[in-house]
Structure formats: structure tokens, C-alpha cells
Design a protein around this ligand. Structure first.
Ligand code: ADP
Ligand code: GLC
Length: 477
């Protein structure tokens, strides 16, 4: 099959979160299964700067733009997937975060920028971009690609799939933007892009694609409820016969403790003592006490409401009498950044905080920590808990979305039958989080059952294998 993925971030060209990991590793897995998979994304300044060579292979006119867009080509470093970058300097030629400026404000022209991405993808999908290639399937990811299917229209010889990675981000803009974009009037309205008087990109994704997916079976159910539906639950219920949840896989070459390029000490399930060399090294580097009895708790996250970071901030002071140390990496809302820094100052022997985006440190925390925290309020899938499983780092997660689908809670039964892989707690409160950490510490000090849990996690299949096939099955339908 010829498959075109359309995405706003693709690792390593641009990444702010798991979307980038998935939009690189899923196409690579499909290509390994013998399919002709390609990716289209924006030619951000930072993306163009890190990949060489980058060849201009076409240029095409786009409705509403004074100049043609150029299409640059490169390949993903792994799996050799062709990537087409839509080069339109007024839209994409600015450094930094793809969605917001350095102060955290969304770029004022986001609607125009991602409409340009969508329009270029439509030209490619119709084989009108001068690339001499036409997909059978166009697979769009998140709100930034929500206009692809509406712009393709009903009269099309490609089928389309839209994956919701996170329903909380919807691409909402004032009605005037709809007019400025020059969209056909029949795309407006309740059955179109209108959402309470505003224009919604994600509604375009939900209404106009042949099939909808989201990134775990539990989240697929959750988004059809008021609690998680972000105002779109009714619409998603109406489309429920065309909505399925397929859990993400991970890139097993990028995230492998036996080869990870960011680690000094490689290890696998048979050499867990080497994992502790990583723990020793990172603890010393961060000024945290290291010994067998001290449990290192890691957290790597975007610092946003979704991730339950406030629960961690409230919980930490209540855990200071326990033999634990925290190593935290994240960037996001400035208030959360500030509160974390305050903790790091107040409890400097116990809590280390790095604010920023650091791919290498993320890998080292996954490898070094005994426990990984993910107390998310909601979590469409989550990749970090799967990286943790692979690295023998026991995840403590909240019972929601993909966390529910990927971590098996340690209770007497699952511990005995060798299925337990982590600790799952329910209430989104700091009290419940403290209790979950205390329970984990108790298991840790029981030694044998902890080691077994680490190994159970390392043995779990978190590869793309089954899920890449599930997507192909869907395309075939
Ligand atoms: P989300 O996509 O909601 O952020 P996921 O768990 O799916 O959550 O994916 C998060 C990805 O982003 C992981 O690869 C994680 O390592 C990475 N990540 C998050 N924050 C940082 C950071 N500050 N530095 C480096 N990597 C980060
Ligand atoms: C989103 C979700 C996360 C998911 C990722 C990749 O960013 O928040 O749960 O793992 O997309 O699908």
C-alpha cells in the first residue's frame, strides 16, 4: 500500500512530545512490513538545520498563497522513510517550538501555517505536487492536519484516516480565520468546522475522514464521555462505528537499554546490576545520595495540567521521610516550572530538577531510575511508561487511557503469576500518589518480587509489531 502520513512533528526533525515519536516510528514499522510509506511535515528552520542532505524535489502552487511552496526531501535516519518537508518560509522559517513563541503564546498565524501544511498535503495526495506519486491512504495526525480531509472533498480516490493523539488540543480559531483562509462556505456549520461559533480544525478531522483512530482502546472509550470528550463526545459517539483505539508501540532501536547511545552502561534483563551503574552515575551527577536502599524516582514530562505534575509537587514533601530521591526533567507551564524549582531548592539533597528539553537526559533518567512516575489526569496513550517497562524501571501510573492498557498493577495475584509490571492508582489526588509510592517502596524492599516485576516489564511486547498490523488491517478495510 502507498501510505502518506501528515504530521506537525516527526522525530528527530521536530519533537515536543510523543506525537513526534509515533509519527516517525509507525511509518518506519509499516515500511519494514513492505509498504510504501512516506511522511509530509513542515520545513521548520530547526528541522532543516539538523538534516543533511535536503534536496528540493518539487514546488507547487497553493490556493491563497502568493508564492509556491517548495517540497524538500530527506529520509528518516532509521528505516529510510522518505520525508517531504513543506517549505514556505513565512509560515515555518522561525526557530524554536512549532506551536508557540518563547513566552508560551501560540504563534498568531497558526491557522494559516497549518492550513498551508494541509493544502500541500492535499496537492501531494492528488498527485498534483510534481512528485509523481499518489497514496492509497492519507493518514493524518492531530488537529494540525484536520483540514486535509475537508479540503480533499468527497470526490477523491484516496481513503483517509485521522488519528487523535490528544483531544485536548483542538486548533480553535475565531470565525474570521475561516473566512481569511478562503474555505468553502459549505464547510462551515454544525456538520462542518464550526464549534460553538468558532472554527475547529479537529472537527474537520473527526467529521470528514473515512476512519478515526485514537492511541489506546481505553482512550477511545473515554473520549465518548462528557468527562474526557472536551465537548466533542456527542460527535465522537455519532462516529463510534468508525472509531477504534490502537495502542502505540515504541521504537525499539531508539529505546533499548542494551544499545542506547545516551548510556554509558548498557544492560538487559540478565545484567540488571549494570542498570545500577547508571543509577549511581546519575545520582552522583545530580548530587543525590546513592545506595541500594535509596530508591530513585524519575519523571520526564511536558509540564502541563494533563500530566498531574501538581500532584507530584504536593506529594514530594510528604515523602521526605522515606528513602527516596527524585530526578525530574520537564518543560512547559511557567508556574509548574517555578514550583518544581522551589522544591529543588527547598529539598536540594532529595530532589533534582532540570527545566528544559533534553533527549539524552530523558534516556538516562529512564535507565537510571527505579521508579517512573506518570500520574496523568488523562493520557491518550503515553510512551514514557512503555520506555520505562523496557528499561526495567517500574512505572507508577494513574488508571486512565493508555496507562490502563499498558501497565498491569501489582497485586498478590499478578505478582504471583508473573504478570505485574507496575503500580496503578485511581484517585487523582496527591494522597493517592503518596500511597502508591509508599506501596512501591514496600515492594522494592522485598527484593525478589521487585526484581521479578522489573523483568516482567522488560519482557512485555511494546514494539510496533501488532499495532502496525492493526493499522494496515484498517487501511485494507
Ligand atoms: P506526550 O506526548 O503527551 O508528551 P508521551 O508519553 O506520549 O507524552 O511522550 C512523551 C515523549 O516526550 C517521550 O519521548 C519523552 O521522553 C519526551 N519528553 C517529554 N518531555 C521531555 C523533556 N523535557 N526532554 C526530553 N524529552 C521529553
Ligand atoms: C499525545 C498524548 C500521549 C500519546 C502521544 C502519542 O501527545 O498526550 O498520551 O502517547 O500523543 O500518541
Amino acid at each position: 500500500m502507498r501510505i502518506l502520513h501528515v504530521a506537525s512533528e516527526v522525530y528527530p526533525l521536530m519533537k515536543t512530545g510523543g506525537l513526534a515519536d509515533v509519527c516517525a516510528s509507525l511509518p518506519a514499522a509499516q515500511r519494514e512490513l513492505g509498504h510504501d510509506t512516506r511522511i509530509v511535515m513542515p520545513a521548520y528552520a530547526d528541522a532543516v538545520a539538523i538534516v543533511e542532505p535536503m534536496t528540493e524535489i518539487a514546488s507547487c502552487a497553493i490556493e491563497g498563497l502568493p508564492d509556491p511552496v517548495r517540497i524538500l526531501e530527506t529520509h528518516l535516519p532509521k528505516g529510510d522513510v522518505p520525508v517531504w518537508l513543506v517549505d514556505y518560509p513565512p509560515a515555518f522559517w522561525r526557530p524554536g517550538n512549532p506551536y508557540q513563541d518563547a513566552d508560551g503564546h501560540p504563534w498568531a498565524d497558526n491557522a494559516e501555517r497549518f492550513a498551508t501544511l494541509c493544502r500541500a498535503a492535499v496537492e501531494i495526495a492528488r498527485n498534483r505536487a510534481g512528485l509523481d506519486w499518489q497514496p492509497d491512504i492519507v493518514h493524518c495526525h492531530d488537529w494540525q492536519t484536520g483540514l486535509v480531509a475537508p479540503l480533499l472533498g468527497a470526490d477523491r480516490n484516496v481513503k483517509t484516516v485521522f488519528t487523535i493523539h490528544n483531544l485536548a488540543y483542538q486548533g480553535l480559531f475565531p470565525r474570521e480565520v475561516f473566512e481569511d483562509l478562503g474555505l468553502a462556505e459549505d464547510l462551515w456549520g454544525h456538520d462542518g468546522l464550526e464549534f460553538h461559533g468558532a472554527m475547529s480544525f479537529i472537527k474537520g478531522g473527526i467529521i470528514f475522514n473515512d476512519w478515526l483512530t485514537t492511541v489506546s482502546p481505553t482512550y477511545a472509550k473515554e473520549i465518548q464521555t462528557i468527562e474526557f470528550g472536551c465537548g466533542l463526545d456527542d460527535l465522537l459517539q455519532q462516529r463510534s462505528d468508525r472509531l477504534i483505539g490502537i495502542v502505540n508501540g515504541i521504537d525499539e532501536r531508539e529505546w533499548d537499554p542494551s544499545t542506547d547511545r545516551w548510556l554509558t552502561h548498557h544492560y538487559d534483563a540478565d545484567q540488571l546490576h549494570l542498570k545500577y551503574e547508571n543509577k549511581r552515575e546519575l545520582s552522583e551527577e545530580k548530587g543525590l545520595q546513592y545506595n541500594d536502599d535509596v530508591v530513585l524516582v524519575g519523571l520526564v514530562s511536558r509540564l502541563v495540567e494533563q500530566k498531574g505534575i501538581d500532584l507530584v509537587i504536593q506529594a514530594i514533601p510528604h515523602l521526605m521521610d522515606e528513602p527516596v530521591r527524585f530526578v525530574i526533567l520537564g518543560t512547559g507551564q511557567s508556574e509548574l516550572e517555578r514550583q518544581l524549582m522551589d522544591l529543588a531548592i527547598g529539598y536540594h539533597d532529595y530532589v533534582s530538577v532540570a527545566i528544559g528539553y533534553d533527549e539524552g537526559l530523558a534516556h538516562r533518567i529512564e535507565a537510571s531510575a527505579d521508579i517512573f512516575l506518570m500520574p496523568s489526569r488523562f493520557e491518550p496513550c503515553g510512551l514514557s511508561q512503555m520506555y520505562s517497562l523496557r528499561y526495567g524501571t517500574v512505572p507508577i501510573v494513574r488508571n486512565t487511557g493508555g496507562l490502563t492498557d499498558t501497565v498491569i498493577h501489582a497485586d498478590p495475584l499478578t505478582l504471583a503469576d508473573g504478570n505485574a509490571t507496575g503500580i496503578v492508582f485511581s484517585e487523582a489526588t496527591s494522597t493517592a500518589l503518596v500511597a502508591a509510592v509508599q506501596y512501591a517502596l514496600k515492594l522494592y524492599h522485598q527484593g525478589e518480587s521487585w526484581q521479578r516485576m522489573m523483568k516482567n516489564g522488560m519482557r512485555r511486547d511494546v514494539s510496533w509489531g501488532p499495532s502496525a498490523r492493526a493499522y494496515l488491517k484498517l487501511y485494507a478495510r
